[in-house]
Design a protein around this ligand. Structure first.
Ligand code: SAM
Length: 392
């Protein structure tokens, strides 16, 4: 491979500039969109390389903290790519092994430069017990897939349209497809409203939400309705109340329902679940509550690796306290004998099993089903879900 040294140096300078302007107050993807808009002189290959470098850099998380920027990027390129001009230029000895497995390359860097995989991801000793630590950490060097959930009744139409266009996809079940990352679904206007972008593990949580037609349910942290859309696609006759602390996000929910050509849930409320909910809901009780609580999002950091360096024990404690408070406040609105579906997109026991155990101890819930859904085995996010029955 002939290396254009000037181009490689230019790509590295672009990366340095993009990185130094990032202040972590917004998602990296949004920052980069703005950065590219403000730097119109950058061509498409410059933009592509800057994105690649900055994402790969963040994938190293907290490892190699003392290494200089160029070295760190080279090692990240080694782990994340099978071919890299930057690596070939600066570390030709490593570049020779670029096409080896990730496991091999991690071991190689461990022996060569003391890279310790245990330093990549924060607070590994807090992970839910069933997470296999090394595989989980390793998964952060690979970009997850893009998953869609096909609305019931549209399975054939969506998959045949993609086939017609020669798009390679994996069918995981009739309603779930994995697509190559970066695939521009928005270019397929014909398919609008017939599918939702939704991670594989998130789709799996539907098995925790078993409901019956005439029931009344509450999605208490509905956000823009990812779970609500999935729930009502399966249980269209359930009477669903959706609420969130943010009014703006409920507007997004309505937009998504409009696009999906589904009637938005009739009952919507802005509700802060850390406060007394009876002022708004009175003594209302539900046949089921979906509680997809605010969390660290640590099961999704393969998509947002910029978050890895920002996390701390204190933040974890704050999330765990908030989750216990929110869960405690919704319990009184659940009928006895009915399920609370507690969910996070976190891999930390403090936000998962520990909150469930708290609910069991404080309110006598029975655990019907509980699982850390291991997305890292399928190029997907990891999530936690539990179906808890109120016994008293
Ligand atoms: C993990 S997201 C929910 C995702 C959503 N269920 C979905 O599937 O798209 C958590 C939501 O909790 C909301 N939230 C945060 N603090 C809250 C509070 N104190 N009371 C109610 N909702 C809160 C956030 O606004 C956020 O939309």
């Amino acid at each position: 491979m002939a290396i254009n040294e000037k181009r490689v140096a230019q790509h590295f300078r672009n990366f340095e500039r993009a990185l130094s302007g990032y202040n972590y107050n917004e998602p990296l993807s949004r920052y980069l969109t703005r950065f590219f808009k403000e730097n119109k002189q950058m061509g498409s290959s410059d933009r592509k390389m800057t994105s690649r470098f900055i994402y790969n850099y963040f994938r190293l998380g907290n490892a190699l903290k003392d290494a200089n920027l160029l070295d760190k990027l080279c090692f990240a390129e080694y782990l994340c790519e099978v071919e890299s001009s930057l690596l070939a230029l600066h570390y030709p000895g490593l570049a020779e092994f670029s096409s080896e497995s990730l496991e091999y390359k991690l071991n190689h860097l461990q022996s060569k430069i003391n890279l310790d995989w245990k330093e990549v991801f924060p607070l590994l000793d807090h992970l839910s017990e069933s997470v296999e630590k090394e595989s989980f950490v390793r998964s952060h060097f690979v970009q997850p897939d893009l998953f869609i959930r096909i609305k019931r009744g549209n399975e054939l139409l969506v998959s045949s349209s993609l086939k017609e266009k020669g798009i390679a996809f994996k069918e995981l079940n009739p309603n779930t497809l994995a697509l190559p990352n970066g695939f521009r679904l928005q270019d397929f206007s014909k398919l609008e409203g017939k599918h939702e972008v939704q991670d594989l593990s998130s789709q799996k949580t539907i098995s925790f939400m078993e409901a019956s037609s005439a029931e009344k349910w509450w999605d208490a942290c509905a956000a823009s309705g990812g779970k609500a859309l999935m729930f009502l696609d399966k249980y269209p006759k359930v009477d669903l109340l959706v609420s969130d602390i943010r009014l703006s996000i409920l507007r997004n929910l309505n937009d998504r329902f409009d696009k999906a050509k589904l009637a938005s849930p009739k009952r919507q409320k802005v509700l802060d679940l850390t406060l007394d909910t009876t002022t708004i809901l009175g003594k209302e009780e539900f046949d089921g509550i979906i509680l997809d609580v605010p969390c660290s999002g640590s099961g999704t950091w393969g998509r947002t690796p910029e978050m890895i360096q920002q996390f701390s024990k204190q933040k974890l404690q704050e999330f765990s306290d908030l989750q216990k408070k929110i869960a405690s406040n919704v319990v009184k609105h659940l009928k006895i004998g009915k399920p609370l579906i507690y969910m996070t997109c976190s891999v930390y026991a403090d936000e998962n099993e520990q909150v469930v155990n708290y609910l069991v101890d404080q309110f006598g819930f029975k655990i019907e089903k509980m699982e850390l859904i291991k997305g890292y085995e399928n190029k997907a996010d990891s999530m936690f879900a539990a179906r808890l029955i109120r016994m008293r």
